[in-house]
Design a protein around this ligand. Structure first.
Ligand SMILES: C[S@@+](CC[C@H](N)C(=O)[O-])C[C@H]1O[C@@H](n2cnc3c(N)ncnc32)[C@H](O)[C@@H]1O
Length: 324
């Protein structure tokens, strides 16, 4: 029986085939985010254990005015471009502060999830109509140059929510370098970094009691089932998060509970799993001060100012281009 949807996301199919064919299996975390994944991520953000959202919200609620001041943006017109905007909950605080300061702002949220972009754009048009908002759906790795080159106005580029932590070090360095290459003297980049802290606090954030993070990870297998005609049995996998305090890396795995085979119709392929074999699904890097400085150095950027929450769990770091 054909269980495939009429349109297959070929990129998704290709990435799944590549990831599940590796000796150490993995799946890219960007595929967490479909409509269900977006909803689960919002639930995670509001979980007691998931501190990053509260911390960054506190920074943006209480320090947006200082952030705008530190940006030294031209007073008249600016573009705010946000990479991986999600539901834009925290960004709204910054946009409201820009409106209060009468800075004419165009806001462009970019996200791989069409659902997230559509929801955010319609919400902002209602809530902050003074800001001209237009969204862009796509992979920020692929559309970075295009988005950056779009305007003559000074830009404030946002990469919030510790999304940078979802990248391995060398990928994060390359990504920030690519952003920096497109920045001009007046442009600024604000990145949200989750900082190293008491390891138990970090570990709990990826293992919430309600099981939302588990469901978020499992949603990857559900997506493969729905979109690529897979036959993953979710009861035969376990979500397993770990944190390594030495590297500052939190990782999530889905672990096969038995020997099993999974068929994926879109790939016309069967994948074998041995008992206790894992699929690596997510990385969430926690940063030290020196780790953040290394990113700046590798990208030709300088740190303009660092904004911390009260507990110093999280940092929004403002970068500008290194003057030559
Ligand atoms: C950790 S969430 C952060 C969301 C939001 N910035 C916040 O602070 O709450 C990551 C966001 O990046 C998006 N995303 C992940 N990978 C992406 C990619 N390669 N290209 C564009 N968006 C991506 C996801 O859809 C999600 O909305």
């Amino acid at each position: 029986m054909n269980t495939l949807p009429s349109q297959i996301n070929q990129r998704f199919a290709q990435d799944v085939e590549e990831g599940l064919s590796l000796q150490l299996k993995k799946l890219p975390s960007k595929y967490f985010y479909d409509k269900k994944g977006d909803e689960l991520f919002v639930k995670i953000m509001h979980c007691e254990e998931y501190y990053p959202t509260d911390c960054e919200l506190e920074i943006l609620k209480e320090q947006s005015t200082q952030i705008i001041q530190a940006c030294e943006l031209p007073k008249d017109r600016i573009n705010v471009i946000e990479l991986g905007a999600g539901d834009g909950l925290k960004t709204r605080e910054l946009l409201k502060a820009l409106v209060q300061q009468r800075i004419e702002t165009r806001y462009m949220p970019v996200d791989i999830s069409a659902n997230a972009v559509e929801g955010l754009v319609s919400k902002l048009k209602r809530e902050i109509p003074q800001v001209e908002t237009s969204g862009q759906v796509g992979d920020y790795f692929e559309i970075l140059n295009e988005v950056n080159a779009r305007s003559e106005r000074a830009k404030l580029i946002l990469f919030l929510g510790s999304t940078i932590g979802n990248m391995m070090d060398e990928v994060a360095h390359g990504f920030v370098r690519a952003i920096a290459e497109n920045m001009k003297e007046n442009d600024r980049l604000l990145i949200g970094f989750d900082l190293k802290k008491e390891p138990d606090i970090v570990r709990a954030a990826y293992n919430d009691k309600e099981g939302y993070t588990r469901a978020f990870n499992m949603n990857l297998l559900e997506r493969i089932n729905h979109e690529l005609g897979g036959n993953f049995d979710l009861n035969k996998f376990k979500h397993y998060p770990v944190y390594n305090p030495q590297t500052g890396t939190a990782k999530s795995y889905l672990i096969s509970l038995c020997d099993q085979e999974v068929y994926i119709e879109a790939l016309q392929k069967t994948f074998s799993f041995e008992a206790w074999e894992s699929i690596h699904t997510e990385i969430s890097q926690k940063y030290s001060k020196s780790g953040i400085e290394a990113i700046a150095k590798a990208s030709g950027l300088q740190i303009e100012q660092t904004f911390l929450d009260q507990r110093a769990y999280f940092a929004d770091v403002l970068f500008k281009k290194l003057s030559t």
